[in-house]
Write a protein that binds this ligand. Sequence first.
Ligand SMILES: [Zn+2]
Ligand SMILES: [Zn+2]
Length: 207
Amino acid sequence: MLYESSNKSGKVVFMFLLSDKYWEIKNTKNKGRGVFAKKDILKGVVIGDYIGKVIHPQDAIIDEENFYLMYYNDYAVISPDLKKPGVHLLNHSCKPSSFLYTYKGHTLAFALKKISKGEEITIPYLLSPKDDFCNPCLHICKCGNLKCSGTMHLSKDIYEKWRKLSEKWAKKTKKERIIFGKELPKLKIYPQIPEEYIGEIKKLFIF
Ligand SMILES: [Zn+2]
Ligand SMILES: [Zn+2]
């Protein structure tokens, strides 16, 4: 069962869609906590949904927690409950094992390739190019890959291309209505990730 939910009570919404048979939170050597596969996860499987409270960007507390805000639209951001396990715990990598897909406004994390048991589940944070506001910049990458860029910020060129690509795909589905101050409701059905989308990402980022 691919989209198994941890939400049994119907009240508490966890952001991982895969049950905890598939993942565990462990300490890493140099990146704090990380999420690791407890079982093989097949390519294309939706791992989680970036669920959290819907808030106005101006209501976001400007502190370190801002790091976990996820864009919904120009008027709303998603602020996850940091006490619950979820997609916000995935570490950044320059060669990530999973990636993000926008579907009905939701940001889904899915396996970009087969993730083997024991492997860390990572995503790219896809931060906009480093500017004067990001100073001192805390977005240093320690992923340890051969082609590690040393930063979670994208270059101007890649960022512009990524923005166009993601906007094009986000427009293919309609955003669902949201209520400010409430938790973003889980989707009724989670989609298959289009092969074409995965192909376009791999071409752009050369993972
Ligand atoms: Zn930075
Ligand atoms: Zn890196």
